[in-house]
Design a protein around this ligand. Structure first.
Ligand code: FAD
Length: 409
């Protein structure tokens, strides 16, 4: 059995520690933040997330799906709010059982860390920030409030999110390491719709609410306490943007014009808008995701994507399943295991991104409700598109021929 040092006990870090612990590996999990059970988990990230088939499958494989989904709220479709406040519901699938689930980030993070800690061979260290990794040894350098720590292991895994310190070390040390980051012109801000006085939900509970507008949108996901967490995706700069909306009056006017039915449900809108940070949305691509059998990247550290398909965490959880399978397949050769993990998962990078620009339901269904590899899903969607266009042309040709035949008679 090997010794792993995992950097980052976010969603994927906790889950991966559980997978490795189950196989009997020694695991030291280092997290820069405080223990999430003592609060301070979210730190500017989304409060709740949509978990779908890939993510649930990963939780099932380690036996914690029921526990994790206990308080999750099924969302059976999109509830579109137009400017007049009229509602239009579109189910996610013809099968009403197919839904995505709104789940709290903090609760899910706690569940995966606790699952890891059930294995006596897994140890978790909070308030340990990784400052860099020596790839060849490998060792991870960490800082606590009052000392520096050197973590030695057979392998170091960077599960430390989009701004990964482990990846940064790989960039510095691996010749020809490919790296690309791109930021959207849009940022996001979280706002709140509190529960009704009797504790119930003020809008349809089992739906993902969307206020689509031309170049921006707001969404809202339900929480178990009767509230909704809204996320406004809006341009950072421009004539109407985060940058130009400064005063309470600006904010109130913008919301009354664009989201009139939501404003009346948001008593803390002005405080939330003022106090909550404006986050940025980044896509990160890099290669390779491993260095020999010594260092490996998992989750956002390897492939951060924008959240519009609700796949970042789902893909990160799927990484854990695949890495576990690869380590099983090559128990004596970690380099081969890391290599196979990389090749199997890397394909998702381009495919998922290719899937993002359009909201095409069958593709959405494949991405969200199946475990078909992202690359295959994107390919199938292209074939489907081709079939649809070809059929449309044939039907049109038959229609024209029928008219000509009818007129000729
Ligand atoms: C607004 C928004 C909405 C989203 N909605 C969804 C959704 O609905 N569905 C979905 O699937 N995905 C969603 N995502 C994406 C999802 O949040 C990420 O893909 C997911 O959190 C990735 O998990 P991770 O464990 O790889 O990284 P993270 O969750 O970012 O965890 C990384 C961990 O590493 C720690 N860390 C970082 N640096 C260091 C260091 N130097 N030393 C030690 N520890 C460190 C961090 O503190 C953190 O705990 C959303 C993202 C955003 C921004």
């Amino acid at each position: 059995m090997a010794k792993f040092a995992l950097i980052g006990s976010g969603l994927a870090g906790g889950l991966l520690a559980a997978y490795l612990g189950r196989r009997g590996h020694e695991v030291d999990l280092y997290e820069r933040r405080a223990d999430p059970r003592e609060g301070n988990i979210v730190g500017g990230r989304s409060i709740n997330l949509a978990i779908s088939t890939r993510g649930i499958h990963a939780l099932e494989q380690i036996g914690i799906a029921k526990e994790a989904l206990r308080h999750a709220i099924p969302m059976r479709g999109r509830m579109i709010h137009d400017r007049s406040g009229a509602l239009h519901f579109t189910p996610y699938d013809v099968d009403p059982q197919k839904c995505i689930n709104s789940i709290g980030r903090a609760a899910l993070n706690t569940t995966v860390i606790q699952a890891a800690q059930r294995y006596p061979n897994v140890r978790v260290y909070f308030d340990h920030r990784c400052t860099g990794v020596d790839l060849d040894t490998p060792v991870a350098h960490l800082e606590t409030a009052n000392r520096t720590v050197t973590a030695t292991a057979d392998a170091v895994v960077g599960v430390d999110g989009a701004f990964s310190a482990v990846r940064k070390s790989m960039q510095g040390e691996i010749a020809n390491f490919q790296y690309d980051e791109s930021y959207l012109a849009h940022g996001y801000k979280e706002l709140m719709i509190p529960p009704a006085p009797d504790g119930s939900w003020r809008m349809e509970k089992n739906a993902l609410h969307i206020w689509p507008r031309k170049s921006f949108m707001m969404i809202a996901l339900p929480n178990p306490d009767g509230s909704f967490t809204c996320t406004l995706f809006w341009e950072f700069e421009g004539p109407r943007s985060f940058a130009t909306t400064k005063t309470d009056d600006d904010v109130r006017r913008f919301f009354e014009e664009e989201f009139p039915d939501a404003v009346s449900l948001m008593p803390t809108l002005l405080e939330d808008f003022r106090d909550n940070p404006t986050g940025s949305l980044v896509t990160i691509r890099c290669a390779p995701w491993f260095y020999r059998g010594k260092v490996c990247l998992v989750g956002d550290a390897a492939h951060a994507v924008v959240p519009f398909y609700g796949q970042g965490m789902n893909a990160a959880f799927e990484d854990c399943v695949v890495l576990d399978e690869c380590l099983q397949k090559f128990p004596q050769n970690r380099e081969s295991a890391f290599g196979e993990y990389f090749h199997r998962r890397k394909k998702l990078d381009h495919a998922l991104e290719a899937a993002l620009p359009g909201i095409y339901l069958p593709l959405y269904t494949m991405v969200t409700f199946t475990r078909i590899p992202y690359a295959k899903a994107a390919k199938r969607a292209r074939v489907q598109d081709l079939l649809v266009y070809t059929s449309a042309i044939i039907i049109f040709a038959i229609f024209i021929a029928a008219i000509i035949w009818f007129m000729a008679r």
